[in-house]
Structures are given as C-alpha cells and as structure tokens.
Write a new protein. Structure first.
Length: 286
C-alpha cells in the first residue's frame, strides 16, 4: 500500500496536487476551509476530513498548499503534529519558511517551491524544490515524485523558497521585457503573433544562451567581455526609453535596467560585461 497523504488546501494548485497523488495510487485525505471544494476529487476516491486536525491525523505525510504562510500557521495552530512529516508547498519567503519550520517543531518539516502551474503537476516538465529535513525527504521521495521531479536543495528550510523566488524573478524579468516589446510593436499596429513567433521568441532564446557564460564569470575568473561592454550599453539604453515615450508606451518596466547600467559604469565597470551587474546589485543591497 502506498503512503497515505493528506492535502490541506484545495485551491487550483492544491487540487492538482491531490489529483496527482490519487492518480499515483496514494490514499488521499483532503481538507479545505470552505467545505465541498473540488468535488471531482470525491469521484477519484479522496476522503474528506471535517477539520484540519482530523485531516492531519489521517496520514503520516501532510502536504499543505494554502494562500499565504500566515494561513499555514493559523491552520496548524494547536494541531497534533507528532510523528508527521509536513511538506509546506505554500509560496513564502526564505525567512517565513524558517519561522514556520521552527513553529512546527513537533513535525519533520520540508518547505517546497513549486516550479509549475497546476496543469503541469504530474507531468514531465514540472519540478519542485525541497529543503529542510533530509531524512523526511528520503523517506517520502517516492510519494513526492507523483507531483513533479523532486529537487532537494539543502537542510536550511529557507533554501527552497530562495530557489523558487530566484527563478520567478528571472521569469518575470523576461516577461517584463517581452511585454514591453509587444507594446512597442503594437504601437505601430504590428500583429503580435507573427512578431512573436518570427522575431521576439527566437531573439530571446538566442540571448538567453549567454547565461551559462555569465554564471561562469560569477563562479570563477572573469573572461574577456564578449560583445558590448556596459559603457556602450548604457549610452545606447537611452534610445530604448526615448523611443518608448515617443511611441506612447510607459517606460517604467525598462527604466530600472538603465539606472543599473549607469550605476555600473559610475562604479568603474564600463569595460565589463553583464556579469558585473550582479555585483552592483549586491553592493546596492548591502
């Protein structure tokens, strides 16, 4: 018999998690603050608990997917977690994850960062970061594989959230630039579909191939500048802003990068490559 699992929270993601566990043959108990949510899970064999405490009591593995970390704490406040493994897949900050791990000290705790949308859960492209108890991860790895490829990143409970947030910032940065590009193209009534398929997507894909070289520069001796140095990029960047304004496009998505380039040049990195911007960001944060 496969490990029984409890899923707390039946939003879109929690429902997808419960469905994936059921599809993999795990006995599943579900609970949601609003009763009756996701009735399709009943037909798939899920059992419903009347309270969070009853749901936790039903399974050794408790997967939590609620709206915010504060809801996780209030939901589990006063619940007997002795002998349980709690896997918190609620989006959080590293510090929130560490605080929750400390508050739930009676349980083996894993924090997780889901790198997927609900429709991807159970599919080959999805993966989930986990951090916290290594013993709990190894004990329940097989069950967690029903959701997505599991990636254990360390004993510090905050690391999964850090990986998660880091990847999300990369995604939103790319989408910010793409959104602005589509707005510019649309300012002259260019069709978004052909513009994206023929030019925008191939261009972004080609440019992203430089990321391994940037990472190599950050991890070791810096290589010679490959392409345009920061001084040249900073000087040309004003054209991006000026064109946006002239075309009636709000430049607010693009202005921070121009400011960062100017800071890098002022700090003496004019002859450097994009990798130098990481150090400028760290200096500003420090």
């Amino acid at each position: 018999m496969k490990t029984p699992v409890t899923v707390l929270g039946l939003g879109a993601m929690g429902t997808a998690l419960a469905r994936a566990f059921l599809s993999a043959g795990h006995p599943v108990t579900v609970w949601n603050r609003t009763p009756g949510r996701s009735p399709e899970l009943d037909a798939l064999g899920a059992g419903r608990a009347a309270s969070a405490a009853a749901a936790v009591a039903a399974s050794p593995l408790v997967v939590v997917c609620l709206l915010v970390d504060a809801t996780v704490r209030s939901t589990l406040d006063g619940v007997d977690l002795g002998g349980k493994t709690v896997v918190n897949l609620t989006n959080s900050t590293p510090e929130q994850a560490r605080e929750t791990a400390a508050l739930l000290g009676a349980a083996e705790y894993l924090d997780g960062g889901i790198m997927a949308v609900p429709a991807m859960i159970g599919g080959p492209a999805a993966f989930i970061f986990y951090s916290g108890s290594a013993a709990a991860f190894e004990q329940h790895r097989d069950a967690l594989e029903a959701l997505a490829r599991p990636e254990y990143v360390g004993a510090d409970p905050g690391l999964a959230a850090l990986y998660d947030i880091a990847l999300l910032t990369g995604m939103y940065g790319v989408f910010a630039g793409a959104t602005h590009a589509l707005a510019l193209a649309g300012s002259e009534q260019l069709a978004a579909g052909p513009f994206t398929e023929r030019f925008l997507l191939p261009w972004l894909t080609a440019m992203l191939t430089s990321l391994p070289r940037i990472a190599k520069d950050l991890d070791g001796p810096r290589s010679e500048t490959a392409g345009s140095n920061l001084a040249m990029q900073s000087a040309a960047y004003d054209n991006l802003i000026d064109t946006s304004v002239a075309q009636g496009i709000d430049p607010s998505l693009m202005e921070p990068m121009g400011e960062l380039l100017r800071k890098a040049v002022a700090a003496g990195y004019g002859d450097a490559d994009l990798a130098a911007l990481v150090g400028v960001l760290r200096t500003a944060a420090g």
